[in-house]
Write a protein that binds this ligand. Structure first.
Ligand code: PMP
Length: 441
C-alpha cells in the first residue's frame, strides 16, 4: 500500500492479539472501520460501505441527537440507580407504554441481552420454584452461565449438547422450510411441532420435574430470521401454562420495531408472554437491556432478595435509551422498516426468479434471511457459495454475513434507517454477485 494508507494487515494483527482466541471473526481481510453514519460505515481509507447486518444500530450509526444527549448527561452526572433522578422513571414509563400488553407492567433495566435473558430465567425460577427449562434447538441466548446453558446452537458452541445441564430440555426448532415438519408436506406443520413439544412436556411431568419456563425467540434468529409457523407459540404457551410454567420471549434481536409490521415478535404470533427480554436496539450500541414482566412475577423475585444492577438504568443509560426511543418515534423508523422491508421482500422474490441458488426468503421487515441452496428439491445448503458471496459483496461496498448452523443464509438486519435507494443498491449488488457466481459454474 501507498505509505499514506493505513496498514490494515498490522491493524488486524494488533486486533487479533487484543481479543480472545474464541472471539468471532469475519472476512479474510476485515475492513478497518473508522466511522459510521446512518446505515453507512466508512473505513480508514475513506471508503464507504452499506451496513446490511447491524441489528444493534437500530437508529443508525453516529446519530447526533443520541450522541448529544448522552454527552450532556456524562458531563452532568453518571451514577447508578441508587438515587432519585427523573430519567430513570421517564425511561421506564416510556418502555411500559410500548409493552405489547398492559399485564407486562414491570420493567427492569440491565446492560445487555445476555443479562436480560439471564434475569428472565431467574424471575421464572423465583416465581415457579422450578428449575427445568424447555428451550429450542439451534438458538443463541447469551454467554452468561444460565444463558449459555440454554443456548443450543451448535455453531456458537459445538460442545453445547455434551455440556448441557440436566435442567435444560430441547425441543426441535419449528423450521417449516427444512425441519421435521415442512409446509410442503403438511397443511398445519405448526400443530405438529406443538405436539412434539407437548410430548416433551408430558415426559417431564412423568419424570416428576414439570417445566418451569419455556424460552424461545418469536422469530427463529439463528435459523436466518425464520418466522415460526402460525399457532406455534399459542399452542406451546397454553401447554406450558397449563402445567404451571411461565413463557419467556427472547426479543433481543427483533424487539422494538425491527419486524416493521410489529413492534414485538410475539405480536406476529398473537401471544402475550409472561416475560420479555430485550436489548441490542434498545441502546443502539450503548450497553442497555430490559426485562418486561408481570407484577406477580416481579414480586416473586423481591421475596427472594434484592435485584440490583450498578449501571443498568444508570443516569447515562436511561438518557441513551430515551434518546433512542425519541429518534425511533420522530423518524418513524418502525414504519420505515415495514416499507423498506416490503421493498426488499419484493426484490428478493424477483431475484429468486432468476437465481436458482435462492432456496427461500425468510422473515419480514428489516429482519430477513436469504437461504442459499445448491438444489431447490434436496435443499442442499450452499455454505461455500454463501461465503464467496459475502466476500464478493464487500468489493461492491456491502457488508453482509452468513448465519444458520449450515452457514447458508444471508442475514439481512440493517439499521432501521435503510433508505429505499440503499435497499436498491443492495439488491443490485446481490443480483450482480449471484450472476458472477453462475457465470463461474
Ligand atoms: N439473545 C439473542 C436472541 C441474541 O441474538 C443475543 C446476541 N446475539 C443475545 C441474546 C445476547 O445478547 P448480548 O450479546 O447483548 O449479551
Amino acid at each position: 500500500p501507498a505509505d499514506w494508507l493505513p496498514d490494515v494487515a498490522a491493524e488486524r494483527t494488533r486486533r487479533e492479539a487484543a481479543v480472545a482466541g474464541a472471539a468471532e471473526r469475519y472476512y479474510e481481510i476485515p475492513p478497518d472501520i473508522e466511522r459510521g453514519w446512518r446505515e453507512l460505515l466508512i473505513d480508514t481509507t475513506g471508503r464507504c460501505y452499506l451496513d446490511m447486518v447491524n441489528n444493534v444500530a437500530g437508529i443508525g450509526h453516529g446519530h447526533p441527537a443520541m450522541a448529544a444527549a448522552v454527552n450532556q448527561q456524562l458531563l452532568t452526572l453518571n451514577t447508578n440507580s441508587r438515587f432519585l433522578y427523573a430519567s430513570l422513571a421517564d425511561y421506564v414509563e416510556r418502555l411500559r407504554a410500548l409493552a405489547p400488553d398492559p399485564s407486562l407492567s414491570v420493567v427492569m433495566l440491565v446492560n445487555s441481552g445476555s443479562e436480560a435473558v439471564d434475569l428472565a430465567l431467574k424471575l421464572a425460577r423465583a416465581h415457579t420454584g422450578r428449575q427445568d427449562v424447555l428451550a429450542l434447538r439451534e438458538a443463541y441466548h447469551g454467554w452468561t452461565g444460565f444463558t449459555d446453558a440454554v443456548s443450543t446452537s451448535a455453531y456458537d458452541n459445538p460442545y453445547a449438547a455434551a455440556s448441557r445441564p440436566a435442567w435444560v430440555h430441547v425441543a426441535d426448532a419449528p423450521n417449516t422450510y427444512r425441519g421435521a415438519h415442512r409446509d410442503t408436506d403438511s397443511r398445519d406443520p405448526g400443530a405438529k411441532y406443538v405436539a412434539d413439544a407437548v410430548r416433551l412436556l408430558d415426559d417431564l411431568d412423568a419424570q416428576g420435574r414439570p417445566v418451569g419456563a419455556f424460552l424461545a425467540e418469536p422469530v427463529f434468529g439463528n435459523g436466518g430470521g425464520v418466522l415460526l409457523p402460525d399457532g406455534y407459540l399459542e399452542g406451546v404457551y397454553a401447554a406450558v401454562r397449563a402445567r404451571g410454567g411461565v413463557c419467556i420471549s427472547d426479543e433481543v434481536q427483533v424487539g422494538l420495531g425491527r419486524l416493521g409490521h410489529y413492534t414485538w415478535g410475539v405480536e406476529q404470533q398473537r401471544v402475550v408472554p409472561d416475560i420479555i427480554a430485550v436489548a441490542k436496539a434498545l441502546g443502539n450500541g450503548y450497553p442497555l437491556g430490559a426485562v418486561y414482566t408481570t407484577q406477580a412475577i416481579a414480586d416473586s423475585l423481591v421475596r427472594e432478595g434484592m435485584f440490583f444492577s450498578s449501571a443498568g438504568g444508570g443516569t447515562a443509560s436511561a438518557v441513551a435509551g430515551l434518546a433512542v426511543l425519541d429518534v425511533m418515534r420522530d423518524e418513524a423508523l418502525q414504519a420505515n422498516a415495514a416499507a423498506v422491508g416490503d421493498l426488499l421482500s419484493a426484490g428478493f422474490a424477483d431475484l429468486a426468479k432468476r437465481h436458482k441458488l435462492i432456496g427461500k426468503v425468510h422473515g419480514m421487515g428489516l429482519y430477513q434471511g436469504v437461504e442459499l441452496v445448491r438444489d431447490r428439491a434436496t435443499k442442499q445448503p450452499a455454505p461455500e457459495e454463501t461465503d464467496w458471496i459475502c466476500e464478493r459483496l464487500l468489493d461492491y461496498g456491502v457488508i453482509m454475513q452468513a448465519t444458520s448452523e449450515r452457514r447458508n443464509v444471508l442475514k439481512i438486519k440493517p439499521p432501521l434507517t435503510l433508505t429505499p435507494a440503499h435497499a436498491r443498491v443492495f439488491l443490485d449488488a446481490l443480483d450482480a454477485v449471484l450472476g458472477e457466481l453462475e457465470a463461474r459454474a
